[in-house]
Design a protein around this ligand. Sequence first.
Ligand code: NAI
Length: 331
Amino acid sequence: AKDPVRVLVTGAAGQIGYALVPMIARGAMLGPDQPVILHMLDIEPVAEALNGVKMELVDAAFPLLRGVVATTDAVEACKDVNIAIMVGGFPRKEGMERKDVMSRNVSIYKAQASALEQHASPNCKVLVVANPANTNALILKEFAPSIPEKNITCLTRLDHNRALGQISERLHVHVGDVKNVIIWGNHSSTQYPDVNHATVSTSTGQKSVRELVGDDNWLNTEFIATVQQRGAAIIKARKLSSALSAASSACDHIRDWVLGTPKGTWVSMGVYSDGSYGIQPGLIYSFPVTCEKGEWKIVQGLKIDEFSRGKLDATAKELIEEKALAYSCLN
Ligand code: NAI
Protein backbone atom coordinates (compact mmCIF):
# COMPACT_ATOMS: atom_id res chain seq x y z
CA ALA A 1 0.00 0.00 0.00
CA LYS A 2 1.16 3.55 -0.75
CA ASP A 3 2.20 5.94 2.01
CA PRO A 4 -0.22 8.83 2.41
CA VAL A 5 0.61 12.15 0.71
CA ARG A 6 0.14 15.30 2.80
CA VAL A 7 -1.85 17.96 0.96
CA LEU A 8 -2.18 21.49 2.35
CA VAL A 9 -5.20 23.63 1.44
CA THR A 10 -5.02 27.21 2.69
CA GLY A 11 -8.24 29.22 2.93
CA ALA A 12 -9.91 25.86 3.57
CA ALA A 13 -12.93 27.38 5.31
CA GLY A 14 -13.77 29.39 2.18
CA GLN A 15 -15.88 28.59 -0.86
CA ILE A 16 -13.27 26.88 -3.02
CA GLY A 17 -11.91 25.06 0.02
CA TYR A 18 -15.32 23.58 0.73
CA ALA A 19 -15.55 22.20 -2.82
CA LEU A 20 -11.90 21.17 -3.01
CA VAL A 21 -11.26 19.14 0.13
CA PRO A 22 -13.84 16.42 -0.64
CA MET A 23 -12.48 16.11 -4.19
CA ILE A 24 -8.98 15.54 -2.81
CA ALA A 25 -10.30 13.07 -0.23
CA ARG A 26 -12.07 11.12 -3.00
CA GLY A 27 -8.92 10.77 -5.07
CA ALA A 28 -9.72 13.31 -7.82
CA MET A 29 -6.34 14.97 -7.35
CA LEU A 30 -3.88 12.13 -6.80
CA GLY A 31 -5.74 9.07 -8.03
CA PRO A 32 -8.04 6.43 -6.56
CA ASP A 33 -5.25 4.43 -4.92
CA GLN A 34 -3.38 7.26 -3.23
CA PRO A 35 -4.20 7.82 0.47
CA VAL A 36 -4.03 11.44 1.63
CA ILE A 37 -3.70 13.43 4.84
CA LEU A 38 -5.38 16.82 4.51
CA HIS A 39 -3.86 19.88 6.16
CA MET A 40 -6.34 22.75 6.29
CA LEU A 41 -5.28 26.30 7.18
CA ASP A 42 -7.46 29.31 7.69
CA ILE A 43 -7.46 32.35 9.96
CA GLU A 44 -8.63 32.79 13.53
CA PRO A 45 -12.00 34.50 12.83
CA VAL A 46 -13.20 31.40 10.94
CA ALA A 47 -11.56 28.76 13.14
CA GLU A 48 -14.93 27.35 14.17
CA ALA A 49 -16.16 27.04 10.58
CA LEU A 50 -12.86 25.36 9.68
CA ASN A 51 -13.44 22.84 12.41
CA GLY A 52 -16.93 22.26 11.01
CA VAL A 53 -15.38 21.31 7.66
CA LYS A 54 -13.14 18.86 9.49
CA MET A 55 -16.22 17.35 11.18
CA GLU A 56 -17.88 16.88 7.79
CA LEU A 57 -14.78 15.20 6.38
CA VAL A 58 -14.93 12.71 9.25
CA ASP A 59 -18.66 12.23 8.63
CA ALA A 60 -18.11 11.54 4.94
CA ALA A 61 -15.96 8.51 5.85
CA PHE A 62 -13.67 8.80 2.84
CA PRO A 63 -11.61 5.60 2.67
CA LEU A 64 -8.57 7.39 1.20
CA LEU A 65 -8.51 10.04 3.91
CA ARG A 66 -5.97 9.01 6.56
CA GLY A 67 -5.99 12.14 8.66
CA VAL A 68 -7.05 15.79 8.89
CA VAL A 69 -5.09 18.66 10.42
CA ALA A 70 -7.26 21.78 10.78
CA THR A 71 -5.37 24.75 12.15
CA THR A 72 -4.88 28.51 12.17
CA ASP A 73 -1.14 28.08 12.69
CA ALA A 74 0.80 28.29 9.42
CA VAL A 75 3.76 26.34 10.80
CA GLU A 76 1.62 23.41 11.90
CA ALA A 77 -0.26 23.56 8.59
CA CYS A 78 2.89 23.43 6.45
CA LYS A 79 4.67 20.68 8.43
CA ASP A 80 5.91 17.99 6.01
CA VAL A 81 3.37 18.75 3.28
CA ASN A 82 4.12 17.30 -0.17
CA ILE A 83 1.60 19.44 -2.03
CA ALA A 84 0.37 22.93 -1.14
CA ILE A 85 -2.75 24.44 -2.67
CA MET A 86 -2.78 28.12 -1.76
CA VAL A 87 -6.40 29.29 -1.89
CA GLY A 88 -6.31 31.65 1.10
CA GLY A 89 -6.09 35.32 0.38
CA PHE A 90 -7.61 38.70 0.74
CA PRO A 91 -10.39 39.35 -1.79
CA ARG A 92 -10.93 42.70 -3.42
CA LYS A 93 -13.86 44.44 -1.79
CA GLU A 94 -15.91 47.24 -3.23
CA GLY A 95 -14.16 50.57 -3.13
CA MET A 96 -10.73 49.08 -2.49
CA GLU A 97 -7.75 50.25 -4.49
CA ARG A 98 -5.77 47.66 -6.45
CA LYS A 99 -2.72 48.60 -4.44
CA ASP A 100 -4.45 47.91 -1.10
CA VAL A 101 -5.52 44.43 -2.23
CA MET A 102 -2.05 43.75 -3.59
CA SER A 103 -0.45 44.89 -0.39
CA ARG A 104 -2.61 42.58 1.78
CA ASN A 105 -1.84 39.61 -0.44
CA VAL A 106 1.86 40.35 -0.72
CA SER A 107 2.18 40.22 3.05
CA ILE A 108 0.18 36.96 3.26
CA TYR A 109 2.27 35.29 0.52
CA LYS A 110 5.55 36.53 1.94
CA ALA A 111 4.72 35.01 5.34
CA GLN A 112 3.41 31.76 3.93
CA ALA A 113 6.47 31.40 1.67
CA SER A 114 8.65 31.35 4.78
CA ALA A 115 6.43 28.82 6.55
CA LEU A 116 6.51 26.54 3.50
CA GLU A 117 10.22 26.93 2.98
CA GLN A 118 11.00 26.03 6.58
CA HIS A 119 8.45 23.30 7.26
CA ALA A 120 7.18 21.69 4.06
CA SER A 121 8.69 18.54 2.59
CA PRO A 122 11.78 19.52 0.51
CA ASN A 123 10.27 18.72 -2.89
CA CYS A 124 6.86 20.23 -2.11
CA LYS A 125 4.84 21.20 -5.19
CA VAL A 126 2.97 24.49 -4.81
CA LEU A 127 -0.14 25.68 -6.67
CA VAL A 128 -1.33 29.23 -6.03
CA VAL A 129 -5.05 29.75 -6.67
CA ALA A 130 -5.72 32.98 -4.75
CA ASN A 131 -5.76 36.15 -6.83
CA PRO A 132 -3.76 37.85 -8.14
CA ALA A 133 -2.60 34.26 -8.69
CA ASN A 134 0.46 34.81 -10.91
CA THR A 135 1.84 37.60 -8.76
CA ASN A 136 1.09 35.86 -5.45
CA ALA A 137 3.04 32.89 -6.82
CA LEU A 138 5.90 35.18 -7.79
CA ILE A 139 6.05 36.65 -4.28
CA LEU A 140 5.96 33.16 -2.82
CA LYS A 141 8.86 32.16 -5.07
CA GLU A 142 10.92 35.20 -4.09
CA PHE A 143 10.48 34.58 -0.38
CA ALA A 144 11.02 30.83 -0.47
CA PRO A 145 14.37 30.76 -2.30
CA SER A 146 15.15 27.19 -1.24
CA ILE A 147 12.02 25.82 -2.94
CA PRO A 148 13.03 25.14 -6.57
CA GLU A 149 11.32 27.62 -8.91
CA LYS A 150 9.97 24.74 -10.98
CA ASN A 151 7.91 23.72 -7.93
CA ILE A 152 5.95 26.98 -7.76
CA THR A 153 3.01 27.37 -10.13
CA CYS A 154 -0.32 29.17 -10.38
CA LEU A 155 -3.74 28.10 -11.59
CA THR A 156 -4.80 28.92 -15.15
CA ARG A 157 -6.26 25.46 -15.73
CA LEU A 158 -9.73 26.83 -14.98
CA ASP A 159 -9.36 29.22 -17.92
CA HIS A 160 -8.01 26.36 -20.03
CA ASN A 161 -10.99 24.19 -19.13
CA ARG A 162 -13.38 27.08 -19.81
CA ALA A 163 -11.90 27.37 -23.31
CA LEU A 164 -12.38 23.62 -23.89
CA GLY A 165 -15.95 23.97 -22.66
CA GLN A 166 -16.78 26.84 -25.04
CA ILE A 167 -15.39 24.95 -28.04
CA SER A 168 -17.26 21.81 -27.06
CA GLU A 169 -20.56 23.73 -26.80
CA ARG A 170 -20.01 25.54 -30.08
CA LEU A 171 -19.15 22.39 -32.06
CA HIS A 172 -21.51 20.03 -30.20
CA VAL A 173 -18.68 17.62 -29.48
CA HIS A 174 -17.69 15.94 -26.22
CA VAL A 175 -15.41 18.15 -24.19
CA GLY A 176 -13.06 15.19 -23.73
CA ASP A 177 -12.50 15.11 -27.49
CA VAL A 178 -11.19 18.71 -27.56
CA LYS A 179 -7.56 19.36 -26.65
CA ASN A 180 -4.54 21.63 -26.89
CA VAL A 181 -6.12 25.02 -26.38
CA ILE A 182 -3.67 27.37 -24.66
CA ILE A 183 -4.07 30.06 -22.04
CA TRP A 184 -1.18 32.50 -22.30
CA GLY A 185 -0.22 34.95 -19.59
CA ASN A 186 -2.04 36.30 -16.60
CA HIS A 187 -5.06 34.76 -14.85
CA SER A 188 -6.97 37.98 -15.50
CA SER A 189 -9.01 39.51 -18.28
CA THR A 190 -5.84 40.11 -20.34
CA GLN A 191 -5.19 36.36 -20.64
CA TYR A 192 -5.09 35.08 -24.21
CA PRO A 193 -7.11 31.92 -24.92
CA ASP A 194 -5.51 30.59 -28.10
CA VAL A 195 -7.11 27.89 -30.28
CA ASN A 196 -4.63 27.99 -33.16
CA HIS A 197 -3.18 24.60 -32.25
CA ALA A 198 -6.31 23.05 -30.75
CA THR A 199 -7.85 19.91 -32.22
CA VAL A 200 -10.93 17.72 -31.94
CA SER A 201 -10.81 13.91 -32.13
CA THR A 202 -13.32 12.75 -34.74
CA SER A 203 -14.12 9.39 -36.29
CA THR A 204 -11.88 10.45 -39.19
CA GLY A 205 -8.91 11.61 -37.10
CA GLN A 206 -7.76 14.85 -35.44
CA LYS A 207 -9.33 17.98 -36.95
CA SER A 208 -8.28 21.57 -36.39
CA VAL A 209 -10.65 23.56 -34.17
CA ARG A 210 -10.22 26.62 -36.36
CA GLU A 211 -11.30 24.67 -39.46
CA LEU A 212 -14.22 22.97 -37.73
CA VAL A 213 -15.53 26.23 -36.30
CA GLY A 214 -15.05 27.93 -39.67
CA ASP A 215 -15.72 31.38 -38.23
CA ASP A 216 -12.51 33.27 -37.49
CA ASN A 217 -14.46 36.30 -36.47
CA TRP A 218 -16.18 34.40 -33.63
CA LEU A 219 -12.89 32.80 -32.54
CA ASN A 220 -11.00 36.11 -32.55
CA THR A 221 -13.62 38.14 -30.71
CA GLU A 222 -16.54 36.55 -28.89
CA PHE A 223 -14.79 33.33 -27.93
CA ILE A 224 -11.82 35.17 -26.45
CA ALA A 225 -14.00 37.65 -24.58
CA THR A 226 -16.26 34.91 -23.19
CA VAL A 227 -13.31 32.99 -21.74
CA GLN A 228 -11.64 36.15 -20.43
CA GLN A 229 -14.82 37.31 -18.73
CA ARG A 230 -16.25 34.01 -17.61
CA GLY A 231 -15.27 34.64 -13.98
CA ALA A 232 -17.29 37.86 -13.95
CA ALA A 233 -20.25 36.11 -15.63
CA ILE A 234 -20.27 33.47 -12.88
CA ILE A 235 -20.22 36.14 -10.18
CA LYS A 236 -23.13 37.89 -11.88
CA ALA A 237 -25.15 34.66 -12.00
CA ARG A 238 -24.24 33.16 -8.63
CA LYS A 239 -23.46 36.31 -6.66
CA LEU A 240 -20.40 34.31 -5.66
CA SER A 241 -17.26 33.55 -7.59
CA SER A 242 -16.49 30.24 -9.29
CA ALA A 243 -15.85 27.55 -6.72
CA LEU A 244 -16.63 24.05 -7.95
CA SER A 245 -14.98 24.67 -11.31
CA ALA A 246 -11.96 26.27 -9.62
CA ALA A 247 -11.64 23.31 -7.25
CA SER A 248 -12.01 20.77 -10.04
CA SER A 249 -9.40 22.57 -12.17
CA ALA A 250 -6.97 22.68 -9.24
CA CYS A 251 -7.30 18.87 -9.05
CA ASP A 252 -6.66 18.63 -12.80
CA HIS A 253 -3.57 20.84 -12.49
CA ILE A 254 -1.97 18.76 -9.73
CA ARG A 255 -3.06 15.41 -11.19
CA ASP A 256 -1.48 16.12 -14.56
CA TRP A 257 1.65 17.59 -12.94
CA VAL A 258 2.18 14.58 -10.69
CA LEU A 259 0.87 11.75 -12.87
CA GLY A 260 1.70 13.20 -16.32
CA THR A 261 -0.22 14.54 -19.31
CA PRO A 262 -1.52 12.05 -21.89
CA LYS A 263 0.67 11.60 -24.98
CA GLY A 264 0.02 14.33 -27.54
CA THR A 265 -1.83 16.54 -25.06
CA TRP A 266 -0.70 19.69 -23.34
CA VAL A 267 -2.34 21.78 -20.62
CA SER A 268 -1.92 25.36 -19.40
CA MET A 269 -0.04 26.17 -16.20
CA GLY A 270 1.27 29.40 -14.74
CA VAL A 271 5.01 28.75 -14.40
CA TYR A 272 8.23 30.70 -14.01
CA SER A 273 9.22 31.96 -17.44
CA ASP A 274 12.56 30.84 -18.85
CA GLY A 275 12.28 33.28 -21.77
CA SER A 276 10.28 30.91 -24.01
CA TYR A 277 8.17 32.66 -26.66
CA GLY A 278 9.95 35.94 -25.91
CA ILE A 279 8.36 36.27 -22.46
CA GLN A 280 10.85 37.86 -20.11
CA PRO A 281 12.24 35.59 -17.40
CA GLY A 282 11.16 36.56 -13.90
CA LEU A 283 7.42 36.42 -14.47
CA ILE A 284 4.97 33.66 -13.58
CA TYR A 285 3.22 33.34 -16.93
CA SER A 286 0.77 30.76 -18.24
CA PHE A 287 2.27 28.54 -20.96
CA PRO A 288 1.32 25.29 -22.68
CA VAL A 289 3.12 22.50 -20.81
CA THR A 290 3.47 18.74 -20.90
CA CYS A 291 4.22 16.85 -17.71
CA GLU A 292 6.16 13.66 -17.13
CA LYS A 293 7.55 12.07 -13.94
CA GLY A 294 6.37 14.99 -11.82
CA GLU A 295 8.00 17.70 -13.94
CA TRP A 296 6.44 20.19 -16.36
CA LYS A 297 8.08 21.34 -19.57
CA ILE A 298 6.99 24.27 -21.74
CA VAL A 299 5.90 23.09 -25.21
CA GLN A 300 8.38 24.55 -27.68
CA GLY A 301 8.25 25.57 -31.31
CA LEU A 302 4.59 26.55 -31.70
CA LYS A 303 4.05 29.11 -34.43
CA ILE A 304 2.85 32.46 -33.09
CA ASP A 305 1.12 34.68 -35.65
CA GLU A 306 1.00 38.45 -35.45
CA PHE A 307 -2.44 38.56 -33.81
CA SER A 308 -1.27 36.18 -31.10
CA ARG A 309 2.05 37.99 -30.63
CA GLY A 310 0.25 41.19 -29.68
CA LYS A 311 -1.91 39.32 -27.17
CA LEU A 312 1.03 37.43 -25.61
CA ASP A 313 2.86 40.74 -25.13
CA ALA A 314 -0.15 42.61 -23.75
CA THR A 315 -0.73 40.11 -20.97
CA ALA A 316 3.04 40.04 -20.20
CA LYS A 317 2.94 43.82 -19.90
CA GLU A 318 0.18 43.59 -17.32
CA LEU A 319 2.23 41.05 -15.33
CA ILE A 320 5.26 43.34 -15.40
CA GLU A 321 3.09 46.13 -13.99
CA GLU A 322 1.64 43.83 -11.31
CA LYS A 323 5.14 42.76 -10.34
CA ALA A 324 6.20 46.39 -9.95
CA LEU A 325 3.10 47.12 -7.86
CA ALA A 326 3.79 44.07 -5.66
CA TYR A 327 7.39 45.19 -5.11
CA SER A 328 6.27 48.70 -4.26
CA CYS A 329 4.11 47.15 -1.53
CA LEU A 330 7.15 45.42 -0.04
CA ASN A 331 8.97 48.68 0.60
P1 NAI B 1 -13.34 32.83 0.06
O1 NAI B 1 -13.28 34.26 0.53
O2 NAI B 1 -14.60 32.07 0.15
O3 NAI B 1 -12.21 31.99 0.84
C1 NAI B 1 -10.94 32.48 1.08
C2 NAI B 1 -10.51 31.95 2.42
O4 NAI B 1 -9.15 32.37 2.66
C3 NAI B 1 -11.33 32.50 3.58
O5 NAI B 1 -11.84 31.43 4.38
C4 NAI B 1 -10.33 33.34 4.37
O6 NAI B 1 -10.58 33.34 5.78
C5 NAI B 1 -9.03 32.63 4.03
N1 NAI B 1 -7.84 33.40 4.31
C6 NAI B 1 -7.64 34.75 4.27
N2 NAI B 1 -6.41 35.07 4.65
C7 NAI B 1 -5.77 33.91 4.93
C8 NAI B 1 -4.49 33.59 5.39
N3 NAI B 1 -3.59 34.54 5.64
N4 NAI B 1 -4.18 32.29 5.57
C9 NAI B 1 -5.09 31.32 5.35
N5 NAI B 1 -6.34 31.56 4.93
C10 NAI B 1 -6.67 32.83 4.72
O7 NAI B 1 -12.79 32.87 -1.42
P2 NAI B 1 -12.89 31.73 -2.55
O8 NAI B 1 -14.09 31.97 -3.37
O9 NAI B 1 -12.68 30.41 -1.93
O10 NAI B 1 -11.64 32.13 -3.45
C11 NAI B 1 -10.33 32.02 -2.95
C12 NAI B 1 -9.35 32.73 -3.87
O11 NAI B 1 -9.26 32.07 -5.12
C13 NAI B 1 -9.71 34.18 -4.19
O12 NAI B 1 -8.52 34.95 -4.14
C14 NAI B 1 -10.23 34.11 -5.60
O13 NAI B 1 -10.08 35.34 -6.28
C15 NAI B 1 -9.33 33.05 -6.16
N6 NAI B 1 -9.81 32.37 -7.38
C16 NAI B 1 -8.87 32.00 -8.31
C17 NAI B 1 -9.22 31.31 -9.44
C18 NAI B 1 -8.17 30.89 -10.44
O14 NAI B 1 -8.56 30.33 -11.47
N7 NAI B 1 -6.89 31.12 -10.23
C19 NAI B 1 -10.62 30.96 -9.70
C20 NAI B 1 -11.53 31.35 -8.67
C21 NAI B 1 -11.12 32.04 -7.55
